[in-house]
Design a protein around this ligand. Structure first.
Ligand code: HEC
Ligand code: HEC
Ligand code: HEC
Ligand code: HEC
Ligand code: HEC
Ligand code: HEC
Ligand code: HEC
Ligand code: HEC
Ligand code: HEC
Ligand code: HEC
Ligand code: HEC
Length: 413
C-alpha cells in the first residue's frame, strides 16, 4: 500500500486539475438529481487518471445508453467495494456481477477462460472482455459485442491478435483469421444468403459453456464434434455414422476419421473447391498411405497431382461419407456397384473396363506380370526418352555457345 498521505496529495492534485474541488461541496445536492452524479463528478472528466497513470474516465453518455445505465443502476452495484462519499477509495477490486447474474458467473467459472483466470492467466477472457464494461448492450442489439455480427471480432481481439498470440502462447495460433477465410466465416462476412445460418465462433464452442477441446464435456471434444456440426449438417452425420469410418470412430477403437480430420475445424472450404479436393485426397493418404501411393501411380492420380481435380479423387469412387469395405454390397466399389461408379464418368464403361484395378501396384510383380512388365517398360521408355533428349539439349547448348562466341569474335579478327 502506498502511504495514504501520498495518495491523498495526488487526489487533491487531480481534483484541482479536474476542477472538481469547487464542486465537492455541491455533491450532496446533486446526488438527488441522479444516483451516480457523485461518482461522475470526478470520473466524467475524460482526462482523469489514477496515481499510477491509468485512465479512470467513464463516458457518462455511453453508460446512460447501456443496458445497465438505462435502468439507472448505481455505480456501486458493480463497484461494491467503493463507498459513496469516502475518499480515497481504498483498494478497489474488479467489478462484480454475481449479485444479479448469479448463474452466468457460476457457469463462467467452469469455462476454459474462467478456469484459466482462476489459475492466474489474466489474459483469458473476462466478462468485460466479451461484453464490455460501461457500454454493455443486450445480445440482440447490433451494438452488443456478442451480437452475431460482432462475435468474430470480439474473439479475434485475442485469438486473432498476432502479438498476443505469440506473447501468451494462445492455443491453435491465429484461429480467427483462418475462420474468417473459411466458408462459414465468408458466409457471415460477405452476407451471402447463408449468412443467417452459418456458424460463428460460439455456435461451435458455446459461450458460458465454452471448454477446452481436451475436456470431455466440450462441444468440440473429439467425440462430440459430429453432433456439434450436425446441429446444421444432419445428413452428413447420418451418412457418416453408417460408414466404416463412423462405425469405427464411435467404437472404442477410435482411429477412424471424424468431420475435422477431412474438413479441418477452421479452414473449412466448399466441397467443390479444387483446393479442398486435392487436400482431402492427401488427408485420406495420411491413414491409407499404401492406397494413396498406388492411386498416385494411376492416370487418375497423376492428373490430379497436376492440380486438375475434375478427374477421379478418392471420394469419387469411395464416396465421402459413405465409405464402406468392398465386400459390403452397399460399397460403391463392391462387385454390384463398381460398374455404376465408373460409369458416372466413363459412360461407355463395360465389365471389361471395370476389371482395371485403380490400386494395382505396378511395383509388385505378384500383382500381375503384364502390369509389372508394362510398368517397367514405361519406366525404361521414360528414362530412355529423357536421356536421349537430355543429351540432345546439352549438345545443342554447347553448339550454340560456340556459335555465339564465334559470332562475337568475328569483327575483332
Ligand atoms: C473525489 C473524486 C472521486 C469521486 C467522487 C469518486 N472517485 Fe473513484 N476514483 C477517483 C480517483 C482519483 C481514483 C484513482 C485512485 C488511485 O489513484 O488509485 C479513483 C478510482 C476509482 C476506481 C478504480 C479504478 C481502477 O481500476 O484503478 C473505481 C472503480 C472508482 N473510482 C469508482 C468510483 C465510484 C463508483 C464512485 C462513486 C461512488 C467514485 N469512484 C467516486 C476519484 C473519485
Ligand atoms: C454493470 C456493472 C458496472 C457498472 C454499473 C459500472 N461499472 Fe465501472 N467498471 C465495470 C467493469 C466490468 C470495469 C472493468 C474493470 C473491472 O473489471 O473492474 C469497470 C471499470 C471502471 C473504472 C476503471 C477504469 C476503466 O474504465 O477500466 C472506473 C473508474 C469505473 N468503472 C467507474 C464507474 C462509475 C463512475 C460508474 C457509474 C457511473 C460505473 N463504473 C458503473 C463495471 C461497471
Ligand atoms: C467468451 C466470451 C464471454 C464471456 C467471458 C462471458 N460471456 Fe456472457 N455471453 C457471451 C455470449 C456470446 C452471450 C450470448 C449467448 C447467446 O446469444 O445465446 C452471452 C450472454 C450473456 C448474458 C445474457 C444471457 C444470460 O445468460 O442471461 C448475460 C447476463 C451474460 N452473458 C453475463 C456474463 C457475465 C456476468 C460474465 C462473467 C461472469 C460473462 N457473461 C462472461 C459471451 C461471454
Ligand atoms: C444490480 C444488478 C446487476 C449487476 C450488478 C449487473 N447486472 Fe447485468 N443486467 C442487470 C439487469 C437487470 C439486466 C437486464 C436484464 C433484462 O432486461 O433481461 C442486465 C443485463 C445484462 C446483459 C445483457 C443481457 C442480455 O439480455 O443480452 C449483460 C451482458 C450483462 N447484464 C452483463 C453484466 C456484467 C458483465 C456485469 C458485471 C460487470 C453485470 N451485468 C452486472 C442487472 C445487473
Ligand atoms: C464450425 C465450428 C467451429 C467454428 C465456427 C469455430 N471453431 Fe474453434 N474449434 C472447432 C473445433 C471442432 C475445434 C477442435 C479442433 C481440434 O480438436 O483439433 C476448435 C478448436 C479451437 C481452439 C483450440 C485450438 C487448439 O488447437 O487447441 C480455439 C482457441 C478456437 N477453436 C477458437 C475459435 C474462435 C476464436 C472462433 C471464431 C473466430 C472459432 N474457434 C470458430 C470448431 C469451430
Ligand atoms: C481477452 C482475450 C480473449 C478473448 C476476448 C477470448 N479468448 Fe478464448 N482464450 C483466451 C486465452 C488466454 C485462452 C487460453 C486459456 C488457457 O491457457 O487454457 C483461451 C482459450 C480458449 C479456448 C480453449 C482452447 C482449448 O481447446 O484449450 C477456446 C475454444 C476459446 N478460447 C474460444 C474463444 C471464443 C469463441 C471467444 C469469443 C467468444 C474467445 N475465446 C474470446 C483469451 C481470450
Ligand atoms: C473421410 C473424410 C470425410 C469425413 C470423415 C467427413 N467428410 Fe464431409 N466431405 C468429405 C468429402 C470428400 C466431401 C466432398 C464430397 C463430394 O465431392 O461429393 C464432403 C462433403 C461434405 C459436405 C458438403 C456436401 C454435403 O454432403 O452436403 C458437408 C456439409 C460435409 N461434408 C460435412 C461433414 C460433417 C458434418 C462430417 C462429420 C459428421 C463430415 N463431413 C465427415 C469428406 C469427409
Ligand atoms: C450453425 C450451423 C452450422 C454449424 C454448427 C456448422 N456448419 Fe458447416 N455450414 C453451415 C452453412 C450455413 C454452410 C453454407 C455456407 C455457404 O454456402 O456459404 C456451411 C458449409 C459447410 C461446408 C461446405 C458445404 C458445401 O456445400 O460444400 C462444409 C464442408 C461444412 N460446412 C462443414 C462443417 C463442419 C465439419 C462443421 C463442424 C465442425 C460445421 N460445418 C458446422 C452451417 C453450419
Ligand atoms: C484418420 C485416419 C483415416 C482417414 C483420414 C481416412 N481413413 Fe479410411 N479408414 C480408416 C480406418 C481406421 C478404417 C477402418 C479399417 C477397418 O475396417 O479396420 C478405414 C476404412 C476405410 C475403407 C474401407 C476399407 C476397410 O479397410 O475397411 C475405405 C474404402 C476408406 N477407409 C477410404 C478412405 C477415404 C477415401 C478417405 C478420404 C476421403 C479416408 N478413408 C480417410 C482411417 C482413415
Ligand atoms: C477410380 C476409382 C478409385 C479411386 C480414384 C480410388 N479408389 Fe480406392 N478402390 C477402388 C476400387 C475399385 C477398390 C477395390 C479394389 C479391389 O477390388 O481390390 C478400391 C479399394 C480401396 C481400399 C480397400 C478397400 C477394402 O475394402 O479393402 C481402400 C482403403 C482404398 N481403396 C482407399 C483409397 C484412397 C485413400 C484413395 C485416394 C488416395 C482411393 N482409394 C482412390 C477404386 C478407387
Ligand atoms: C469422377 C470421374 C471419374 C470416375 C468416377 C472414374 N474415372 Fe476414370 N477417368 C476419369 C477421367 C476424366 C479420365 C481421363 C479422360 C478419359 O480418358 O476419359 C479417366 C481416365 C481413366 C483411365 C485411363 C484412360 C482411359 O480411358 O483408358 C482408366 C483406365 C480409368 N479412368 C478407369 C476407371 C475405372 C476402372 C473407374 C471405376 C472404378 C473410373 N475410372 C472412375 C474420370 C473418372
Amino acid at each position: 500500500m502506498p502511504a495514504p498521505s501520498v495518495r491523498a496529495l495526488l487526489l487533491v492534485l487531480l481534483l484541482t486539475a479536474a476542477g472538481c474541488a469547487a464542486a465537492q461541496g455541491a455533491a450532496k445536492e446533486e446526488a438527488a438529481a441522479g444516483p451516480n452524479d457523485g461518482c461522475l463528478m470526478c470520473h466524467a472528466d475524460p482526462s482523469a487518471k489514477s496515481a499510477a497513470g491509468k485512465a479512470i474516465a467513464v463516458d457518462a453518455k455511453k453508460f446512460a445508453a447501456s443496458v445497465h445505465g438505462a435502468m439507472s443502476l448505481p455505480c456501486t452495484t458493480c463497484h461494491a467495494d467503493v463507498q459513496e462519499g469516502v475518499f480515497p477509495h481504498g483498494e478497489v477490486k474488479a467489478a462484480q456481477c454475481a449479485s444479479c447474474h448469479e448463474q452466468a458467473v457460476k457457469d463462467y467459472a467452469g469455462t476454459a477462460h474462467g478456469k484459466a483466470r482462476s489459475g492466474g492467466r489474466d489474459v483469458a477472457a473476462s466478462c468485460a472482455d466479451c461484453h464490455g464494461a460501461h457500454d454493455i448492450a443486450k445480445r440482440d442489439d447490433p451494438a452488443s459485442r456478442v451480437h452475431r455480427a460482432n462475435l468474430e471480432s470480439t474473439c479475434a481481439s485475442c485469438h486473432g491478435n498476432e502479438a498476443l498470440i505469440q506473447r501468451a502462447n494462445l492455443p491453435g495460433g491465429n484461429v480467427a483469421s483462418r475462420y474468417h477465410d473459411s466458408i462459414h466465416g465468408q458466409a457471415i462476412a460477405n452476407r451471402t444468403s447463408a449468412q443467417g445460418a452459418a456458424p460463428t465462433c460460439t455456435s461451435c464452442h458455446g459461450a458460458h459453456d465454452l471448454r477446452g477441446k481436451d475436456d470431455p464435456a466440450s462441444k468440440v471434444a473429439r467425440a462430440n464434434i459430429p453432433s456439434t456440426c450436425a446441429t446444421c449438417h444432419m445428413n452428413a452425420k447420418a451418412e457418416w455414422e453408417k460408414s466404416q469410418h463412423g462405425r469405427i470412430a464411435q467404437s472404442a477403437a477410435g482411429a477412424a476419421p471424424g468431420c475435422i480430420d477431412c474438413h479441418t475445424a477452421h479452414d473449412i472450404a466448399q466441397h467443390t473447391d479444387p483446393k479442398f479436393k486435392l487436400a482431402v485426397t492427401d488427408r485420406c493418404g495420411t491413414c491409407h498411405a499404401d492406397f494413396a501411393d498406388t492411386y498416385r501411380d494411376t492416370f487418375h492420380g497423376q492428373v490430379t497431382q497436376l492440380g486438375y481435380a475434375q478427374i477421379a479423387t478418392c471420394a469419387s469412387c469411395h464416396g465421402a461419407h459413405q465409405v464402406l469395405p468392398k465386400e459390403n454390397p452397399l460399397s460403391r466399389v463392391s462387385d454390384q456397384n463398381r460398374l455404376a461408379t465408373c460409369q458416372a464418368c466413363h459412360p461407355k464403361a463395360n465389365a471389361n473396363f471395370v476389371s482395371y484395378d485403380p490400386h494395382a501396384n505396378r511395383h509388385v510383380r505378384e500383382q500381375g506380370q503384364l502390369l509389372f512388365f508394362t510398368g517397367k517398360f514405361m519406366d525404361f521408355l521414360l528414362l530412355g526418352v529423357f536421356s536421349v533428349f537430355g543429351l540432345h539439349t546439352v549438345l545443342w547448348f554447347v553448339r550454340s555457345l560456340r556459335a555465339m562466341r564465334e559470332r562475337r569474335g568475328t569483327p575483332r579478327h
